[in-house]
Design a protein. Structure first.
Length: 220
């Protein structure tokens, strides 16, 4: 099937309230254009340099999401255009995004990454850390970011019970923190689920999924 067919088939299967991020990392601009021409406007990349190259080449109504781990020294390259940063796991990173966004008079949306997987390789905050971060005064003083939700990745495993348990845990944390609000905190997005597990994630309460290989084919 073509990229457009894959995309349309996935979109048709998603509930109305779920946002699809097409994960286009390692894929050439031509592949993104095929998805764009089929109506997709939200693309996710995991390397800032690659995303910036594509931003320069592709239509300007694309909404770019940074879904990979972010190094603070690279934030400046995406600050002019990035819409949503999925993997924010520290106050230091929020402060850097805020600082760089201010240079362009922009507000950049951020999701706090929660560690739910059993693998040590996944980044993220635990429940106590996310509560502390959202309740503290430090974040409220950052006027060029908006914390608009949480994100997490389940363990990469065939064990669907474990995946479901981890997604359910993230939904519980999300429900516990949504009452925290401020001028720059409005927690409405729960980003969880990828090609292999997005259906479980949606059943567990996800309203944003990150799908790559099921749209574009296996990674280059």
């Amino acid at each position: 099937m073509s990229i457009a067919q894959n995309l349309n088939s996935i979109k048709a299967s998603l509930p109305q309230h779920v946002t699809l991020v097409a994960v286009s990392k390692t894929k050439p601009a031509a592949d993104l254009m095929e998805a764009y021409q089929a109506g997709q406007r939200i693309f996710g990349e995991n390397k800032i340099q690659e995303m910036t190259d594509k931003w320069e080449q592709l239509p300007k109504d694309i909404e770019w999401h940074m879904i990979g781990h972010v190094q603070t020294n690279k934030v400046k390259y995406m600050a002019p255009y990035v819409k949503l940063v999925h993997g924010v796991d520290s106050l230091k990173l929020l402060e850097e995004i805020n600082k760089q966004a201010a240079k362009y008079n922009r507000i950049i949306d951020c999701l706090l990454q929660i560690h739910i997987a059993e693998e040590d390789t996944k980044f993220g905050l635990d429940q106590a850390e996310v509560m502390e971060l959202l309740s503290g005064e430090n974040v409220k003083n950052l006027h060029n970011i908006r914390v608009c939700g949480l994100m997490g990745m389940a363990t990469f495993t065939e064990n669907t019970d474990q995946v479901k348990k981890e997604f359910t845990r993230l939904k519980e944390i999300f429900d516990n923190v949504t009452s925290i609000t401020a001028d720059n905190i409005d927690l409405s997005i729960l980003s969880m689920g990828m090609s292999g597990d997005y259906k479980i994630a949606i059943d567990c309460g996800s309203n944003m999924v990150r799908i790559g290989s099921s749209i574009f084919g296996t990674r280059n």
